[in-house]
Design a protein around this ligand. Structure first.
Ligand code: PMV
Length: 361
């Protein structure tokens, strides 16, 4: 089993002066939720997510060797300087320096953009940190070409986790588990691993239509949200429930029992929000339109027998999940009945994808 020390490199074998990479990394949607953490971005419970395909961050990293030894970078968003993103990246570089000491030997220019609208309420930290971590690993691979592919992806996920926990699930695999779980071999608190078994055909190209109910800034930052689980009266039973739900979902993903899938996924979403409603301070992150959508989904499912369900992030937007074969009917239902509950009638159609890729080097 890997430990943190395995990610501290020895000497680099190849000197590199300048260069550039471009990486695309997707967002992901958790089915079993990560909510609560220990020091150094160690999750309080294991989580499992579908990797998305179209909601992506594309980041170009240019690097040039310098003489001085400090963290130095310029940050551009869609080609223009973006000073307010810098503190987060500075903190990320400081955190990962121990594992990627070459960081202080280069000046970086980071140019990043998202394929989804900026103020959509969709967190860009998962895709953004995954893209940056993949870029750093691409450079480390040039410095140390002997690195194996398995180590490359594991360490990319490890670094991404240090930027934003759930980002470690955006590196590799359609279905990713992060956090030690007894029934998932190789699972680790340090990085995400691809789900180890073949998934049932019903989950191939599974659809996620994201209904943008509230496109504003997050009411509760993830950092604050995770902290609310420290000393939370239901924390221990919630963490045990996540282990249990992951065990159940592991079976369901293989046998295709769609009703059991729906029950686990919707319960996980509501539990996440229940944790927020019962913490101190307490928050209600759903909006009236979130509830209207949930009720409409339940009615449509009851009437049509189409296995459509929902999940939620730490906000008001609704992820509508359904098999590819039901796409036409579900999209018609969304158009006719759900779009009215979205801000500016906006929604994003996504589907399960396979992870981050190096587009250019
Ligand atoms: O990665 P963070 O720290 O932004 O936390 C993400 C938390 C949830 O999105 C609510 C759940 C999850 O597992 O992605």
């Amino acid at each position: 089993m890997r430990s943190t020390a395995d990610f501290i490199p020895e000497n680099y074998s190849h000197p590199i002066e300048t260069g550039q990479f471009q990486v695309s990394a997707p967002s992901n949607i958790a089915l079993v939720k990560y909510w609560g953490k220990k020091d150094h971005q160690i999750p309080a419970n294991p989580s499992l997510s579908f990797t998305l395909k179209h909601c992506k961050t594309i980041t170009t990293l240019s690097f040039a060797k310098k003489e001085t030894e400090e963290i130095s970078f310029d940050l551009l968003f869609e080609g223009l300087p973006k000073e307010d993103f810098k503190p987060k990246i500075q903190k990320f570089f400081e955190r990962v320096h121990k594992y990627s000491p070459f960081i202080t030997s280069y000046h970086f220019t980071i140019d990043t953009r998202n394929t989804f609208p900026h103020s959509s309420g969709i967190a860009s930290s998962a895709s953004g940190m995954a893209a940056l971590a993949m870029n750093l690993m691409s450079l480390e691979k040039l410095l140390n070409p002997e690195m194996t592919e398995a180590y490359f992806y594991q360490k990319a996920s490890f670094l991404a986790r240090l930027g934003s926990g759930s980002a470690c699930r955006s590196i590799k695999g359609n279905v990713v588990v992060w956090g030690k779980h007894d029934e998932i071999p190789e699972s680790s608190d340090l990085f995400g691993v691809a789900f180890p078994s073949e998934i049932h055909a019903i989950f191939n190209n599974y659809q996620d239509t994201i209904l943008l109910v509230d496109k504003g800034e997050k009411q509760v930052s993830s950092t604050l949200g995770h902290d609310l689980m420290t000393g939370h009266p239901f924390a221990e039973s919630r963490f045990a429930q996540a282990h249990d739900n992951l065990s159940k979902l592991k079976i369901v993903l293989q046998n295709g029992d769609i009703n059991a899938f729906i029950a686990i996924v919707e319960s996980e979403a509501l539990t996440l929000h229940a944790m927020m409603m019962t913490s101190l301070p307490y928050f209600i992150l759903m909006k009236p339109n979130t509830l209207a959508i949930i009720n409409a989904i339940w009615k449509f499912r009851g009437d049509s027998n189409i296995p459509v369900c929902f999940t939620l992030d730490a906000g008001a937007n609704v992820h509508v999940l359904y098999p590819e074969k039901d796409k036409i009917q579900v999209l018609e239902f969304i158009q006719n009945q759900l779009v009215a509950f979205c801000e500016n009638q906006q929604y994003i159609c996504d589907t399960v994808g396979s992870g981050a890729v190096l587009i250019d080097s």
